[in-house]
Design a protein around this ligand. Structure first.
Ligand SMILES: [Zn+2]
Length: 280
């Protein structure tokens, strides 16, 4: 279970979010933009709703919501109570997103917006789930489907099919319905503590497992517990991940922080009203 979750309440992100409210909204150039040095492609500068200026941030504001479990009773384990949201609360939050004009996008789309390949909707949001709990399939998935929302599920592949976790068949049906299945390593351990061989195994075997079972490309990783360091980033890059997400609160995504994209952890004690305030 993540160890840094309690620190990452939505409310703690409020100062950051308030600061971002004054920014122009999410307008991303539809084609690669030429930088001052004349370079185009993935490292190009993307201009967000304003004319280029020296030192402009290559950044988009996209809240990535981090959920774990949605169920009537907290899942078992040390972090269950802190990470389990009531189905009615989750449904209320999804209704708020829709009523407020948010549109779910995928991590791929966010990445492609930064490289100038796609244009994002006016109010993009990315919904993510960590840990592969069975409730993700039995409770959250039907709610998402009914509301035509897309979400990304970060799966620790070593736990697939075990008690309280989703099976490959369930993950396959979610994938076919448009949900994204990405990596949360194999054993969901603190990656900073591993030697280079084990670190590489955790990162590559989870990708390979998902790709083999579901026939989808795996390009994104959620660090277990949100924990990483420069060695973990280097290994994630070497293992072929395009971007990685943390539990550091924030909404600014860029190619500069592509191996440490922030997320907003949604906690069970968050009210829908608080949820509304925390979003940009
Ligand atoms: Zn986790």
């Amino acid at each position: 279970m993540p160890a840094v979750v309690a620190a990452a309440l939505l409310l703690t992100a409020l100062p950051i979010l308030n600061g971002s409210c004054a920014r122009p909204k999410h307008e991303v150039s539809a084609s690669p933009v030429t930088t001052a040095k004349g370079v185009t492609g993935p490292s190009s500068t993307i201009v967000i709703g304003r004319a280029p200026s020296p030192g402009a941030m290559t950044s988009i504001q996209v809240p990535i919501l981090a959920y774990h479990f949605v169920d009537l009773a907290p899942v078992q384990g040390r972090w269950g109570r802190r990470l389990t949201i009531l189905p009615a609360t989750f449904e209320g939050e999804m209704n708020y997103l829709l009523n407020a004009g948010y549109r779910t996008i995928t991590l791929d789309q966010a990445y492609q917006a930064l490289t100038g390949l796609v244009k994002l909707p006016a109010k993009p949001v990315i919904i993510t789930f960590d840990d592969g709990g069975l409730d993700n399939y039995t409770v959250a998935f039907p709610i998402l489907l009914a509301k035509k929302l897309t979400a990304t599920f970060f799966i620790p592949t070593g736990y697939v099919g075990r008690k309280g976790h989703m099976t490959w068949e369930q993950l396959a049906s979610m994938s076919k319905a448009g949900m994204r299945i990405e990596s949360h390593t194999v054993h969901e351990v603190d990656l900073r503590a591993l030697d280079s061989t084990r670190l590489s195994d955790e990162l590559t075997m989870s990708r390979a497992d998902i790709q083999q079972h579901l026939g989808v490309k795996v390009r994104f990783l959620a660090y277990p517990g949100g924990k990483y360091d420069s060695g973990v980033i280097a290994a994630a890059r070497a293992s072929g991940y395009l971007a990685c997400v943390t539990v550091t609160p924030g909404t600014a995504l860029s190619l500069d922080n592509v191996y440490a994209w922030p997320r907003l952890s949604v906690t069970p004690w968050e009210t829908v009203a608080g949820f509304e305030k925390a979003l940009p």
